[in-house]
Design a protein around this ligand. Structure first.
Ligand code: FE
Length: 419
């Protein structure tokens, strides 16, 4: 069974990553940052957690307002450093613990948290700035991460209470995972700062110190506070500290504080908090939790010829589904029609994937993990009606398949093709 061994709270200012990249350990301006992180770094080195569950917010880098979500969980196997305008930092990719992430995703959905999921999106300073100072990465990162991006930039955003409840459910999710893994929860953000408007440069060290104390002993007080109250006390962007409550909610009621620090060099209060459970937390009923997770799809396996599109399939067939989805781009479909081999090569399709597409093997594509709505696009590009795909999946001719419809003459496509 996976277990939570500790919780870390940390700021995620770009300055931390800057200090790391510039080797500023001995520079008096930056040395306090490295000093502050040393106990966290030492703790991680001693405890060697298998996985860091990493709560952060993206700063309009990988996620934009064309589609903005509240809780977005990384379910992939690897994450690159994002380019935030000046090229990506020179950091090795971080391995994700996809299997645990997908279990957590299922468990959170089962508890009625309507999650979003991502893969193949790079991580910005919200995650990698603090990670790079607490986890030595030369020669590869020492473990795996599960990133959780919380949408805190475009209002409405989750309440502090919702973040706290998320953490409580996260504990049940982690503890119901069958493999023996040790997990540390890392929450990032803040502390007090404001970076926009005439109030830019606002800080409140007194509140920051009180916030750290409340995190340890009175998280309920913090969970009750509104966004406006957080902004009043800690600046508008400082309100992102509500993300810390996810970590606190995942920890037991009573915690031991092993380390607490605060340093304000410029715009944002850089804080560190290291917590360990004091005694046992709320017991997770593992059997009941697993039953809850499995409940919605229980019995679906008996539906022959039916293939639920799960997070596992989504990750497994991501390359192929990306290729099919790209049929919405005129250049991609033109290249596919003109020179399929070149198109496959550019997309990095495997031999098996190429054969499935070449053979218009609709059933094989579904078995492989393609989503039907990608096949529908491929068919449109090929000038085929949807019925060609349906018939192919059933192993019938199109004419025979049409005979099974109420109106056999009703033949259509998602596109304006001649049928
Ligand atoms: Fe931030």
């Amino acid at each position: 069974m996976a277990r939570i061994i500790g919780g870390i709270g940390s700021s995620h200012t770009p300055t931390i990553g800057f200090a790391v990249d510039q080797g500023k350990q001995d520079d008096p301006v930056w040395a306090p940052i490295f000093e502050a992180y040393r106990p966290v770094r030492d703790w991680l080195e001693t405890k060697r957690p298998d996985v860091l569950f990493f709560i952060y917010n993206d700063h309009v880098t990988s996620f934009f307002f064309d589609h903005y979500s509240a809780f977005t969980l990384g379910i992939g196997e690897s994450y690159e450093a994002a380019d935030e305008g000046g090229g990506p930092r020179n950091l090795p990719p971080v391995r994700g613990h996809g299997a645990l992430a997908r279990h957590i995703g299922q468990s959170m959905m089962a508890e009625e948290f309507d999650m979003s999921f991502f893969q193949s999106k790079p991580l910005d300073h919200g995650c990698l700035s603090p990670l790079s100072v607490m986890w030595p990465y030369e020669g590869g990162w020492p473990g795996q991460i599960i990133p959780l991006a919380v949408g805190v930039l475009q209002f409405p955003i989750p309440s502090a209470r919702r973040c706290y409840k998320f953490g409580q459910a996260l504990r049940r999710a982690i503890e119901s995972y069958p493999e023996d893994l040790s997990v540390a929860i890392v929450a990032t953000g803040g502390l007090s700062h404001q970076v926009h408007g005439e109030r830019a440069g606002f800080n409140n060290p007194e509140w920051d110190r009180e916030f750290l104390d409340l995190m340890i002993d009175e998280p309920e007080t913090l969970a009750d506070m509104t966004h406006a109250r957080y902004a009043e006390l800690g600046g508008w962007e400082g309100a992102e500290v509500i993300m810390w409550l996810v970590m606190r909610g995942a920890m037991p009621e009573h915690v031991n504080c092993l380390h607490k620090s605060y340093y304000l060099p410029s715009m944002t209060g850089i804080a560190n908090l290291l917590l360990e459970p004091a005694g046992a937390g709320p017991e997770t009923d593992v059997k009941a939790q697993r039953a809850l997770i499995g409940r919605q799809l229980e019995g679906a396996e008996a539906l022959t010829g039916t293939y639920p599109f799960t997070l596992e399939l989504s990750v497994q067939a991501y390359r192929l589904n990306t290729y099919l989805h790209d049929m919405v781009k005129p250049e991609h479909r033109k290249l596919f029609l003109r020179d399929p081999e070149d198109s496959y090569a550019q997309a990095g399709l495997t031999e098996a994937e190429q054969t499935l597409v070449n053979n218009r093997d609709w059933a094989g594509l579904i078995h492989y993990g393609a989503i039907f709505f990608g096949l529908e696009k491929l068919a449109a590009v090929l000038g085929l009606p949807n019925a060609a795909v349906y018939a192919g999946m059933r192993g019938e001719t199109m004419a025979d398949f049409q005979k099974t419809r109420n109106v056999p003459g009703a033949v259509y496509s998602v596109s304006d093709i001649k049928v």
